[in-house]
Each structure stands twice: as C-alpha cells, then as structure tokens.
Design a protein around this ligand. Structure first.
Ligand SMILES: C[S@@+](CC[C@H](N)C(=O)[O-])C[C@H]1O[C@@H](n2cnc3c(N)ncnc32)[C@H](O)[C@@H]1O
Length: 196
C-alpha cells in the first residue's frame, strides 16, 4: 500500500507483509486524496451492479466497501473480509455513518483461508494479494466462492509489486481455474480482470 510502508509488518512467510492496522494506516488507506486519485466508482463501474452479492477481499478501512455498498443498492449485499478485526471495525463504523451499514456483512477470516461460502457475483482484491503468503490458496478460495461466469478484479500497487511478481500471480490465478479477461488500467496499480 503506497504511503503506509512503515506500518507493514511481517507475518511469518517469506515475502509476505501485512499492512498492520493503526488509526494512521486506516486513514492513509481511506482519505479524500486516495479516493480522488483512485476513483473507486470508475474502477468498479460496470462490474458492480444493483442487486449483486459482492466481496471486498482485504477491505482494509473500507475505501472500496463504501463504493460497493452504494452500487449494489438496497437489494444487493457486500461481504467485507479482512484478517484484522480493527480494520473491519473502522470500516464498519464509517459505513454506518454513511447509511450503508445494513448492506454489508463483516467477516474476519484467518490468513490461510477465506472461510466464505458462495455463490457471489464479484470479488475485489485491491492492493491485497501481495500481502498473502499462500496466494494459490487465496485464489482457489476466491474461485470457489464465485458463481460460474463471476468476475474477480485483482489490483496490485505498482509501487512495490514488480511486473514479474504480478505475472506470477496471474499464472497462479490461471492454475486456480480463472481466465484472464482483460487488463484494465487502474491508477497507481497493475490490474487484471479474471473470470471463472
Ligand atoms: C494494503 S491494505 C488494502 C486495503 C483496501 N483493499 C484498500 O485498497 O484500501 C491490505 C488489506 O488486506 C488485508 N489482508 C492481508 N492478508 C489478508 C488475507 N489473507 N485475508 C484477508 N485480508 C487480508 C490486510 O489486513 C489489509 O487490511
């Protein structure tokens, strides 16, 4: 995550670092500047539609959770997932202040498992996959929870995920059963839209 590097801590496995919760980290992830630079609505436009059930995997402090909750409308549902309870709590409080709390289910998973049953229509992992030690397990879990034809948008921070590492993640995604549909341009990111 660009800007919060000093708040990253190792969680045991080679190369994987968790963006550790603090009030500052939560703010660095969700503030007016990052919102203006990334434009969540533009990134998710056409992918998240009214009535859908969608997952924000590694939601952090909820920048994308709020946008998704607005986009799915009253008949849709967002499942916000994070390994850190403090991140979920921060995102939950903010979502409730915005009036979207009833559309979101908050789920704290364990690092090695998604722990969700589907089917869901769409999954987002924004600036999250590089923090996961066992990417193959994560991608297989995401594949399992999606309905056939469901899409998975993966965006990784270009500042510290090199092209080669991102390509390896996509190879792992293909092994997990995904097809790479396209490579959307996402500010400050390397992105891929995967389809089950
Ligand atoms: C850099 S933050 C990005 C947060 C959010 N997606 C955003 O872009 O604002 C990465 C988040 O992924 C979470 N995370 C890391 N590994 C995870 C895992 N295995 N399962 C679920 N969440 C995870 C971290 O706790 C952290 O909140």
């Amino acid at each position: 995550m660009g800007g919060a590097g000093r708040n990253q801590v190792r969680i045991g496995s080679e190369g994987a670092h968790l963006c550790h919760y603090s009030p500052l980290t939560a703010f660095l992830l969700d503030n007016p500047v990052r919102r203006a630079l990334l434009k969540p609505d533009a990134i998710l436009g056409g992918l998240v539609l009214p009535g859908m059930t969608v997952v924000d995997l590694g939601c952090g402090s909820g920048l994308f959770t709020h946008a998704m909750a607005r986009m799915v409308g009253d008949t849709g549902r967002v499942i916000a997932v994070d390994v850190q309870g403090e991140m979920l709590e921060y995102a939950r409080r903010r979502c409730e202040r915005q009036g979207y709390g009833s559309r979101v289910t908050w789920h704290q998973n364990s690092p090695g498992s998604l722990g969700l049953s589907g089917p869901v229509d769409f999954v987002l992992s924004f600036h999250m996959v590089h923090e996961v030690a066992d990417q193959e397990r994560l991608l297989r879990d995401a594949h399992a929870v999606l309905r056939p034809g469901g899409r998975y948008l993966v965006a990784e921070p270009a500042s510290h995920v090199p092209v080669t590492a991102f390509e390896q993640t996509l190879e792992t995604a293909v092994r997990a059963g995904f097809v790479v549909e396209n490579r959307p341009r996402i500010p400050m990111s390397r992105g891929a839209l995967l389809v089950k």
